[in-house]
Ligand binder design. Structure first.
Ligand SMILES: Cc1ncc(COP(=O)(O)O)c(C=O)c1O
Length: 402
């Protein structure tokens, strides 16, 4: 007799859903498809030759330790390089503030594990990164979404929501924000908004999870201080990753936070994977030591800026009246808002028939709204493909309009 697995699943597993984005990526594997859907870096930004050379050097000089288990907090050489980088940016950080993670996705999962009890509330943006919402949801969190204006999460709406949650005696654990080039909206929070949110977090005694995978990919404008830097009370834990600035295939990321949080994080990471890949951490450390990370970043930024500029000019040229989009100063995405009466689900089906794909914005809304929105990636396709793709997309949107 085969076991009835569904009867044995945990409550968490029962409530898990497949990621809408991963499902879309499977659906659009047709080679004729132009995909603006995934959050993929351009493979042209991957420094394959340098990594080949560094890998064999690491194996020659440190092979025995590189292929061994490592410490949970991460390779010391890499941690040193990261601390040096953050200190040069003006952050006051030490070893006790930092842990390596296996991708930022693991950090989101572990932070959920250590903070969320079933029924706790997490505050997130409307819209917000789907992978984070899934991680919080897997631990039984309820999500309260806060609407955005042009500067990100609205502070007045945040305070209103927290007052209501407090009245209902609900437990709120943390506020989840992506202040730089938000995924999916492409919006950057100015420092003034970051400070307002920090003040509210302090007033309601909440933690902040600042997710920052795109911060280094800035095309223009002035960098705004990290919430980690603005925080005077150690409420902020910040997540960084090499996925968008080097290679997502490495699965190396890191977090900065209050030592008490880092300590718990490490205990939870021990039961998740013991340690992140030592070989890969040593390769990344050597890559940084040679100063190649910043050199490569200059090329990546210039490549993505060209693609963003080109996409924006194609939007101007081809999109029908009534369609609006964000103009991100960096990152990988822009966000389209269709006229209110339209549904991006219908546009999506027609778009796939016409060999162009995007992610429906509604998947990023924890309150089932955003039906008339779409996330568009501009880092992956080359200039020629962007032109063709936007032309197709604009045609499909026009056909779907009344
Ligand atoms: C906001 C945000 N957080 C976390 C991640 C996960 O990154 P990683 O590849 O480091 O797991 C992503 C990936 O797209 C992201 O956009």
């Amino acid at each position: 007799m085969k076991p009835d697995i569904s009867n044995k699943l945990s409550l968490s597993a029962k409530s898990m859903k497949k990621s809408a984005i991963r499902e879309i990526l499977k659906l659009i594997q047709n080679p004729k498809m132009i995909s603006f859907a995934g959050g993929l870096p351009s493979p042209d930004s991957f420094p394959i030759e340098e990594i080949k050379e560094i890998t064999s050097m690491v194996l020659e000089t440190q092979g025995k330790s590189a292929l061994q288990y490592g410490t949970t907090e991460g390779d010391n050489g890499l941690r040193e390089m990261l601390l040096k980088r953050h200190r040069a940016q003006g952050l006051s950080v030490d070893h006790k503030n930092l842990s390596i993670s296996t991708g930022s996705q693991q950090a989101l999962d572990i932070l959920s594990k250590i903070f969320i009890d079933r029924g706790d509330y997490i505050i997130c943006g409307l819209p917000s990164y789907l992978g984070a919402l899934s991680a919080f949801g897997a631990y039984g969190a309820k999500m309260k979404g806060i609407p955005f204006d042009d500067f990100g999460m609205r502070a007045d709406e945040l305070e209103k929501a927290l007052k209501e949650l407090e009245k209902g005696k609900n437990k709120v654990k943390f506020i989840y924000v992506i202040p730089d080039f938000q995924n999916p909206a492409g919006i950057t929070m100015p420092e003034s908004r970051r400070k307002e949110i920090l003040e509210i977090a302090s007033k309601y005694d909440l933690l902040i999870v600042e997710d920052s995978p795109y911060r280094d990919i800035r095309f223009e404008g002035l960098p705004q201080k990290l919430m980690y830097e603005l925080d005077t009370e150690e409420r902020v834990t910040t997540l960084f990753t090499f996925s968008k600035i080097l290679a997502p295939g490495f699965r190396v990321a890191w977090i900065l936070g209050n030592p008490q949080i880092i300590d718990k994080f490490l205990m939870a990471k021990q039961s998740a994977d013991l340690c992140s890949s030592v070989l890969v951490q040593k390769i990344v450390a050597e890559y940084m030591r040679r100063g190649l990370l910043d050199l490569n970043l200059v090329n990546t930024i210039s490549l993505y800026k060209k693609r963003r500029d080109h996409m924006l000019s194609c939007f101007e040229k081809f999109m029908p009246e009534g369609v609006k989009w964000t103009r991100p100063e960096g990152g990988l995405f822009l966000f389209i808002t269709l006229p209110e009466y339209m549904n991006a689900d219908d546009v999506f089906n027609l778009a796939v028939e016409n060999n162009v794909a995007f992610v429906k914005g509604s998947v990023f809304y924890c309150d089932d709204c955003g039906k008339n929105t779409m996330r568009i990636n501009f880092s992956y396709c080359d200039i020629e493909t962007i032109t063709k793709g936007v032309e197709r997309l604009a045609k499909v949107i026009r056909l779907s309009m009344k």
